[in-house]
Write a protein that binds this ligand. Sequence first.
Ligand SMILES: NC(=O)c1ccc[n+]([C@@H]2O[C@H](COP(=O)([O-])OP(=O)(O)OC[C@H]3O[C@@H](n4cnc5c(N)ncnc54)[C@H](O)[C@@H]3O)[C@@H](O)[C@H]2O)c1
Length: 364
Amino acid sequence: MSEINVNLADRSYPIVVEKGAISRLAKRWHSLDLGTNVAIITNPSLVNLYANKLKTGLEREGAKCHILTFEPGESHKTLASVAELLDTLLALKFERIDTIIALGGGIVGDVAGFVASIYLRGIHLIQCPTTLLAQVDASIGGKTGVNHPTGKNLIGSFYQPLMVISDTDTLSSLSKRELLCGLAEVVKYGFIRDVALFDYMYEHAASIRELNVTKDASIWEHLVTRSAANKADVVSQDERESGLRETLNLGHTFAHGIEAATHYTVYLHGEAVAIGMRLAADLAVLMGELAASDRDKMIQIMTLLGFDLSLEKRLSESLLPYFYQDKKVRHGKLRFVLPTGIGSTTVRKDVSEDLLRAVLSSVV
Ligand SMILES: NC(=O)c1ccc[n+]([C@@H]2O[C@H](COP(=O)([O-])OP(=O)(O)OC[C@H]3O[C@@H](n4cnc5c(N)ncnc54)[C@H](O)[C@@H]3O)[C@@H](O)[C@H]2O)c1
């Protein structure tokens, strides 16, 4: 069991990473003093897997528990889902002292977090992430929100949870593809700020690439804990993304371009992030920011872990315009987080289109 703290003065909170953490949350419910009513917001497929058990546990401790669901997928990460959830909470007469538990992946966390931030101007929120991506990234740091027809995550708020409960047992029901996607964000922490994590992944690459969280439980618990600690540290220093937090976007400008150019139907986010980190490393070498030997190490570890870093020529040639849709664009200028070594980064605002074309035309 590990407990990590996000340090934000009076809004500080713990992240618990532990096998069986969800059952233990229920057992200590009465000591938490978080109201009588609890809404577990989740996806329908997670009701039988995890939500019912949590509900039974909470009710045993005296809570009145309701399970609220919305359909999975980015197309349901909308204001319409938020409105429906708010209607239900109002009908159930939830009060400000009551609690929302977000039980699911990053989409559930973002939607339920947003609902918690605006219902009665903010009620208690507990994040219980059940995907690797949500445990290592999305549930930590208070970014909540929904998509708009004109773009992803355009509407939202910063709203910190009271705690994050990461039960690593839940990862065992995830598909291998989803696990690998979350792993891209773990690799990212190694690249941007944690050399020890990079070395650990290198050492355990053969086991990690099997994506067997039951057999290699201690390895996966270590990956989640180290990643959560990195995210917590970054958020503690830069909650509103005015500097350090931007480094978490390594590879993401490229990734968002790849996802948008393929209409979000071909690549999952983590798959695009892995390719994006490869492109960022290539760009960094071209700009003299990164030694080619470090770029090769980055590509090698991602390949060892099972990522496919190839990009179809036709797709790579079509990407450039999509980069300008990125939220990091300032006054029409692109900003790229680039690696400067294993464990360090810089932000460059002077990347020419010619350089980008050169990088994109060199990938195979
Ligand atoms: N708030 C942030 O800081 C932040 C950071 C990164 C990503 N995000 C957001 O996170 C979202 C992606 O999250 P995700 O990758 O977790 O995907 P997701 O939330 O779409 O979940 C993927 C699928 O797995 C299912 N699922 C969840 N847990 C499961 C489990 N334990 N076993 C079996 N199935 C399970 C879900 O129902 C869903 O169908 C994106 O919308 C992205 O914008 C937010």
